[in-house]
Design a protein around this ligand. Sequence first.
Ligand code: GLC
Length: 545
Amino acid sequence: MAAIRPTEATTAPWWRDAAIYQVYVRSFADGDGDGTGDLAGVRARLPYLVELGVDALWFTPWYLSPLADGGYDVADYRVIDPAFGHLAEAEKLIAEARELGIRTIVDIVPNHVSDRHGWFRAALAAAPGSPERELFHFREGRGENGEIPPNDWVSEFGGTPWTRIDDGQWYLHLFAQGQPDLNWAHPAVRQEHEDVLRFWFERGVAGVRIDSAALLAKDPALPDFVKGTDPHPYVDRDELHDIYRSWRAIADRYDGIFVGEVWLPDSERFARYLRPDELHTAFNFNFLACPWDPGLLRSAIDDTLAEHAPVGAPATWVLCNHDVTRTVTRYGREETGFDFAAKVFGTPTDLELGTRRARAAALLSLALPGAVYLYQGEELGLPEADIPRDRIEDPMHLRSGGVDPGRDGCRVPLPWSADEPYAGFGSTVEPWLPQPAAWASYAADEQGTDPGSMLTLYREALRLRRAEPGFAATPGETSDGRLNWLPSAPGILAFTRTHGLICVVNLSGSPAPLPEHDEILLTSVPLDGSGLLPDDTAAWLRRKR
Ligand code: GLC
């Protein structure tokens, strides 16, 4: 049984170099056979996660939700959705995982609630100008009869972010219609979220992921959006930092940590969220969006380390999550970066090439200093699935008028056993999203015994990453920036960590010699007959002197 990694002064705090696995509960494993993944499914698969070698699980929202946005529309933060289980079961899961050495991170969605949340129902039932409506952003419309939305903002999912209700007022929702934005200038909104944080920390969670963390605060005048205006009316406003400082004080009482979903291109603004009295970490979306290109990857790594160093926060390395195109698919396309706006149906994809690159990217990201996030199924090398259009549920697809393929292609129920119905997901009826015909060929049971599989690569890499002190964060060294680039030929990324560890990635277009070394720890594919590192592959080496 794995032990929780100690947090004494001799080692850095666990979250500075943790490997964190994202569980999209609805699609992880179905314990009761009804077609939807659930907590029973996760509990039954904890041994798999122990064997994989991850330090923590981040659960996408598991709260009561009408699923207008896959659970990011929360009707009650203190209730587990009955489709997933119940609160006592969540507590059991948190405790069982912890016994097995795995910490839990829950997902809090502070920007908005569900339109079924008690507060919003009360606001609808109350009159314009009432205290109930002040918890949200209700406004009169423009135009002669108030028939034009109050401002010209655009929803993150496309279209206007305003919906008109029966009495003629409009409410703001930066995402789907079923996700009314909260008014963060209201003290009750702050109070409630601080209580919710305490509620989950009291239940033993080790951390909280903060959804849409840079969007909460709005210019109270809700003005039209004029490009280039600073501050932006709703992105990255200064008021947010005070909110996160009070959150940090709460987390510190429980030894809890935060990871913020902060999509900001400006690295200096991004780093402000990671000051010592604010969030511990934030997702590295610049690395996630970076094309498979040696120069761009190297700059993304250097920029990441440089932006984190002044605030003493560890970097995070992310290749994939429940919002973006699966890694093996993205790397198998002509455009290997990620951009929401560029997603279209029918993009040609070379999965063999993408998989080869994804294997190399796994070794790259797991060797970098900081924490690393894996999204369920990434360890199986799952591709983005084509979902029949009439089965797509994602509001991003629906609100785009059917142009954007949406995010369901990366949310397909996992294949566990090749020979069971629905690839062993556990359902006795068809799962909530259909699995592609080839899904069983990715099943975890078969990959587990195949030395050449993606699962075996991840298990071995995570084992080494934990065992080798050279991959660990250094206690007392707050920048965690122990990475030195080795001089290398064009197209080769090679760097050292401590204890003689070397990571080398070949993006040069042809086989390349390995840097000087004494031992080969792991390669993403076997070396070629002459001992060269093939194109689009990576290796971990050790040099003893
Ligand atoms: C975040 C989530 C995404 C969700 C959105 C609105 O970006 O990751 O899945 O749709 O917030 O809550």
